[in-house]
Design a protein. Structure first.
Length: 115
């Protein structure tokens, strides 16, 4: 991973936090369905950004970044749902959700500027 590629760094770090949070949810709170949804979308953001960074064409790059953006929106949804249903605490939510929002803003900017 390039040291100066901020979206790859942020999405990887976010994926690590998502894995840790989902482990906690399944181990301590015995919730498996929603945590699996969050695990899939939260780790998919970085995987798609990584694929986009290795894309051979501008169209391929933009398509993968668009998928990453959609996965980030989905992750935001699952996090809000988990907070509102008390599967995660307000503190847990406030620790991770702003990072998701930041990733959304960066991805939106990347997509907008790649036209």
């Amino acid at each position: 991973m390039a040291k100066d590629n901020i979206i790859l760094i942020k999405t990887y770090d976010f994926a690590v936090e998502i894995v840790r949070l989902c482990r906690l949810i399944t181990a301590e709170r015995k919730e498996y369905v929603l945590s699996k949804q969050l695990l899939r979308s939260g780790t998919s953001i970085g995987a798609n950004a990584e694929e986009g960074a290795g894309g051979f064409t501008k169209k391929d790059f933009r398509a993968k970044m668009s998928i990453a953006y959609k996965e980030a929106r989905e992750s935001s949804y699952w996090l809000r749902l988990m907070r509102d249903t008390k599967l995660i605490s307000e503190d847990e939510f406030n620790n991770i959700h702003p990072k998701c929002e930041e990733i959304l803003k960066i991805l939106f900017s990347i997509i907008k500027n790649s036209k």
